[in-house]
Design a binder for this molecule. Structure first.
Ligand code: TRP
Length: 332
């Protein structure tokens, strides 16, 4: 039997190159080897967008387009809309008993998000609890492996704790998942300062046009101490070279650019132009797949319907095991 993957994203923004090297590339690579489920986590997206439900609803479709564009093949992977899987909500309720309030609020990702979003003293309970519902996402599919970026490590750790607690209390029912980080689990943003993040405005999106990529790369931060192309430059930690490493498959070209950069015999413009070509080569087939699916609304609907149907079958099985273990599988 194939091992299972469960992973997902919140439908509240477009996916970018940070997502690609953090986890999407792994999902594309592993979908043949694993039975893969990819969750469009709309319930989780509502925990910080509850005042803007239309945005979440609209992004369900956008996220699906991103998935298919990047190469997640609905014939091989099952794409599932979270709110349509009632078993996840039920598991969340059961799991809440297994986690202390203090533990939830100690989750480092939740902590920094609370800070970032400026919730201050009025953190919505649903937001604070989302790691518990993420544990339900993962266990509802009995996932063996969860490919994610680095910011999600605390979620998987918390899931593993919940699984251990559940199994020790009620019997060995749930699987303890492993995490899989991408080649660049935390890609630096265009500004060179923080990680690539939609909210920081320092991202190249998978859906960007060739012109947008060009503009963004040309405005990228490089080595601030280098004023002229004849100054020796620093390659290490330079975001333009980090991107070359990550996105330019022509390793010889990258080595040559690095050597000339260090020697002061290449200008930023040439380095950036070659990067633009590499990124656009990566994104071009994605643009084609996106356009193809976008022009076929019937297919979009069919993929979503089919995914939900398959997702329900699996998660209902797991839920029924859970209820049995918890002695609430009444027969009346
Ligand atoms: N928390 C993830 C994010 O913000 C999205 C997510 C929801 C997820 N459920 C998941 C990721 C289950 C992995 C597994 O990107």
């Amino acid at each position: 039997m194939k091992k299972r993957i469960l992973t997902g994203d919140r439908p509240s923004g477009r996916l970018h190159l940070g997502h690609f090297v953090g986890s999407l590339a792994n999902r594309v690579k592993l979908q043949d080897e694993y039975e893969q489920y990819v969750l469009i986590a709309d319930v989780q997206a509502l925990t910080d967008n509850y005042e803007n439900p239309q945005k979440v609803a609209d992004f369900v479709r956008e996220l699906l387009l991103d998935y298919v564009a990047v190469g997640i093949d609905p014939e091989k992977s099952t794409i599932v809309v979270q709110s349509m899987i009632p078993a996840i909500a039920e598991l969340t309720i059961f799991f809440m008993n297994l986690v202390s309030l203090n533990r939830v609020l100690r989750n480092p990702t939740v902590k920094s998000e609370i800070e970032e979003k400026g919730f201050k003293e009025s953190v919505p309970a649903g937001f604070a609890m989302y790691p518990i519902s993420q544990a339900a996402d993962i266990t509802a599919f009995q996932a063996d492996l969860v490919p994610v970026g680095e910011d999600q490590l605390p979620m998987i750790e918390q899931t593993r704790e919940i699984v251990r607690k559940f199994n020790s209390l009620y019997g060995e029912v749930l699987k303890e998942p492993e995490v899989l980080l991408g080649d660049y689990p935390r890609l630096v943003g265009l500004d060179g300062k923080s990680k690539m993040s939609k909210s920081l405005g320092n991202s190249i999106f998978l859906a960007d046009t060739a012109e947008e990529v060009q503009k963004k790369v040309m405005s990228m931060y490089t080595d601030p101490t280098r004023l002229k192309p004849t100054d020796p430059g620093t390659v290490e930690g330079n975001p333009v070279f980090i991107y070359h490493e990550a996105f330019n498959p022509n390793k010889e070209e990258v080595e040559d650019l690095k050597n000339r950069y260090r020697a002061g015999t290449v200008g930023d413009v040439e380095v950036k132009q070659k990067l633009i070509v590499a990124i656009n080569n990566l994104l071009e087939p994605m643009r084609v797949r996106r356009a193809e699916l976008e022009s076929n609304p019937g297919k979009i609907e069919a993929i979503l319907r089919d995914g939900v149907e398959r997702g329900r079958v699996i998660t209902e099985e797991v839920l029924s095991e859970v209820k049995k273990a918890m002695k609430i599988n009444y027969s009346f």
